[in-house]
Design a protein around this ligand. Sequence first.
Ligand SMILES: *Cc1c(COP(=O)(O)O)cnc(C)c1O
Length: 280
Amino acid sequence: ATTEAISSTGARPVFVDIKPDTMLMDPEAVESAITPRTRAIIPVHLYGQPCEIDRIMEIASGHGLKVIEDAAQAHGARWRGNRVGSLADAACFSFYPGKNLGAYGDGGAVVSQDEDLIHRIRMLANHGRTDKYIHDIEGVNSRLDGLQAAVLRVKLTRLDNWNAARDRHARRYCEILSSSGVALPVVQAQAETVWHLFVIRVRERDRVQGDLKKPVTDAGLHDPVPLPGQPDYRRLGILEGALRVAEEAASCALALPMYGELTSHQIEAVEDAVSAATPV
Ligand SMILES: *Cc1c(COP(=O)(O)O)cnc(C)c1O
């Protein structure tokens, strides 16, 4: 979804590598990828944790670039106390049912403090319409369904509580797995993550995933094929090894069960399966 948004404007996505500890966009890699043709940067607050946004904003302003946060996995997360969605020029949220704030079908939102931009986005999402019969520009049909909005309005009031429950489960996972040798998620000091996913890194990933396939638990592979490795992006000519850290992470990342309603019984079952794993 992140790069589709780029391509749909006629621009070409350029990938940069991630940091080995947090698995988030590496700001220094961003800086070295900038060319005179660069227009904008889209940091993804992956797995619920904000990117190093102040460094990214500093780089962007030095080069006259816009920054759009992909906050689709980070509803409610904070960087230095400020919520994601308020940290850059604009931000996008997804309300796909599996997100921390999910509708009962598809939905999404764009937020910005730039009123002209929001006016234009509202227009674009409604076929470019400015007045009852008048379409100033050609837009798309991307209105939020009223039924989904009604569900989201109610669920939004519970989001912080659900995120707090995820945080309790994450702390428990960290406690019980701290001596297991698997690589646990790293949270930056400035960040409050909302644990969209709790991703560990483990060498025998497939075996551990198999052990977790029990009635009470399950574990998921979320991005086993990094985006630049997708068949359609062969046309971009990205060389294998160019995004070494991301490729390495994709080969050993495993998402443990994570949602507010997780029980301690389930967490213990995860401990049994994971503690037998070999360290990365
Ligand atoms: C879910 C998601 C999106 C958006 O998905 P939609 O299907 O368009 O709602 C964008 N970026 C990331 C990182 C996501 O996880």
